[in-house]
Design a binder for this molecule. Structure first.
Ligand code: ATP
Ligand code: MG
Length: 315
């Protein structure tokens, strides 16, 4: 039988701290969390009933890989990553279930801003550009086509971080700063805002360079940052440069003036639109579409990591 994706995690040995659209978080001890990624998939903001085989492992292993590449390429960068070894307090069954799809991370206070960086005008940014020639309030030159590169290089375009079920809202870097000044008074907020803006673009550029060496355009992404309680440093947290948090386009098919085929979800999106299911709740996706989607995720993985998935997650 074909491998099945995992939608729910059955783990009771550790206290569950939170459950998001894709991940479950558990307390390991006072300072660390277990960050578990399911195989759930969403398209057009709706989570499908069934899941994509290997997706959770792929997202976890891509994140781990990027943390290692980026700490080498971005001077002074710190991440929340500790290990992909599973905590010893789990039962053997639990350990087997979360193997490859989990990592232990530092438990930190996440800054409540989505640190989006965009290298290209696409999606909601292109819609705003068409209306007002701005992206998150930032004025751009006239005449850009859909999916054109932003002429002076990637820009920091934050959004609010809405609670589950609500939509994030695009804001300007200045609005993000004002929000953080309110959250962290006494001059701290401004420093946090400036450091995140600087670091996000720096990491993104390093990511773009690395992806380009592998025939991939990194068009945009969303980072989350956290605070180091001891030093006040800004730490890169959450998932990192995965196909869920980023737009990746195959370089050889890139053509501005239209929407680009994405590496991962195109099969699923086509299936949903062709069958009148776009944005509808309670969709069970046919096995062959899930399998094709899984192959696309594996393809991005192999291009980025340079290894076969099965060689990374075996034994
Ligand atoms: P989406 O990613 O679709 O916006 P989500 O972020 O609510 O949804 P998940 O990605 O499923 O949900 O869950 C990850 C959660 O863990 C996020 O709320 C994120 O801010 C939080 N998080 C990430 N890193 C850490 C950390 N080191 N310490 C504490 N919380 C963290
Ligand atoms: Mg998330």
């Amino acid at each position: 039988m074909a491998p099945q994706g995992l939608s729910t995690i059955n783990l009771t040995s550790l206290p569950k701290r939170a459950e998001g659209k894709v991940r479950n978080l558990y307390d390991v001890d006072e300072n660390t969390l277990l960050f578990v990624t399911t195989d759930r998939i969403s398209a057009y903001d709706v989570v499908m009933n069934n899941a994509v085989p290997y997706k959770g492992a792929i997202l976890t292993q891509i994140t781990k890989h990027w943390f290692s590449v980026l700490t080498e390429r971005v001077p002074g960068l710190k991440t929340h990553f500790i290990t992909t070894d599973v905590p010893t307090s789990l039962t053997p069954e639990e350990a087997a279930e979360i193997k490859d799809r989990s990592m232990v991370v530092r438990k930190l206070e996440v800054v409540q801003i989505e640190a989006i960086v965009r290298g290209y005008v696409t999606g909601s940014a292109f819609k705003e550009y068409q209306k007002s020639q701005t992206v998150h309030g930032i004025k751009l030159p006239a005449g850009l086509r859909e999916c054109d590169a932003i002429p002076d290089g990637p820009i920091y375009t934050p959004s609010t971080k809405a609670p589950l079920g609500q939509h994030d809202e695009n804001i300007s870097p200045q609005q993000a700063k004002e929000y953080l000044i309110k959250q962290y008074p006494g001059g701290k907020g401004e420093k946090i805002a400036d450091r995140i803006a600087e670091l996000a673009v720096q990491i993104f550029k390093a990511g773009q360079e690395y992806a380009a060496e592998r025939g991939i355009i990194l068009a945009d992404t969303k980072f989350e940052f956290a605070l180091d309680p001891e030093t006040g440093d800004i730490i890169l947290a959450d998932e990192c440069l995965t196909p869920d948090s980023s737009r990746y386009w195959p370089k050889d098919k890139y053509e501005p003036g239209r929407d680009q085929e994405s590496f991962d979800k195109q099969f699923l999106r086509n299936y949903l639109t062709e069958n009148g299911l776009k944005g509808k709740p309670n969709v069970t996706v046919p096995e062959d579409i899930l399998a094709a989607t899984s192959e696309r995720y594996q393809d991005v993985f192999e291009r980025l990591v340079g290894k076969k998935l099965q060689d990374v997650i075996k034994a």
